[in-house]
Design a protein around this ligand. Structure first.
Ligand code: AMP
Length: 215
């Protein structure tokens, strides 16, 4: 099954994608991370400002990733498509075949609280938030050092949230019309939000989803 994680920045898309990936042995594809890992300086500048990276770069990067061997039997995608223009290309060029869209809902105040606490492992990309109070001084997965993303500050967050409302949220309508959206309450701690998501999957009538989850 191919999943798409949808929701505002800091909603927990990457965190829930990582838990789902581990439990169901699926690769994750994060558009933001793919772009952060390019050597293109211009891309990093767009990201640091919280602005959308130009579409042609995004399309080249995602198409290349989706052509790789390890994602041919399912994946969890996060961060693409993210604008109406990208959605048009996504549909016209059949870039990905999405089965399920997880719409993670978290109130703005909670999102803002999470921004300054996010830590990302410099080695493996594992995401931690100091608000979980687990006291991790380093990555619990690989022992790597924590990094703080250049766009994880309140000022840039406001910009990213505005871009989300104006450019990304409108495309949810397309997936709703396709009957693929599952709304998940995401303001709890990760394991609880994950359980909300699994319960919603089991209750849904999206073809094959319940069977996939129940194995
Ligand atoms: P994320 O890691 O999903 O929060 O994305 C971080 C940043 O990467 C965004 O603020 C954008 O600058 C850039 N980015 C991620 N996905 C896209 C996309 N689909 N189109 C354009 N820019 C993107």
């Amino acid at each position: 099954m191919n999943f798409l994680m949808f929701g505002a920045p800091m909603a927990g898309k990457g965190t829930l994608a990582n838990i789902l990936a581990e439990k169901y042995n699926l690769p994750t594809i994060s558009m933001g991370e793919l772009l952060r890992n390019t050597s293109n300086q211009e891309v990093k500048e767009y990201q640091a400002r919280g602005e959308m990276v130009p579409m042609q770069i995004v399309l080249d990067v995602i198409k290349e990733r989706l052509s790789q061997e390890d994602v041919q039997n399912g994946y969890i995608l996060d961060g693409f498509p993210r604008t109406p223009e990208q959605l048009t290309k996504f549909v016209e060029q059949k870039i990905a075949n999405i089965d399920v869209v997880v719409d993670l809902e978290v109130p703005y105040e909670r999102l803002l609280e999470r921004v300054t606490g996010r830590r990302t492992c410099k080695e493996c990309g594992y995401i931690y938030n100091t608000s979980w109070n687990l006291g991790y001084e380093q990555c619990p997965k690989c022992g790597g050092e924590w990094g703080i993303r250049s766009d994880d500050n309140e000022e840039t967050y406001k910009k990213r949230y505005e871009v989300y409302l104006n450019e990304t949220l409108p495309i949810l309508e397309y997936f709703k019309n396709e009957g693929k959206v599952i709304v998940v309450e995401g303001q709890s701690e990760p394991e609880d939000s994950y359980q909300n998501m699994i319960n919603a999957f089991k209750a849904s009538n999206i073809k094959g989803l319940k069977e996939f989850i129940e194995g």
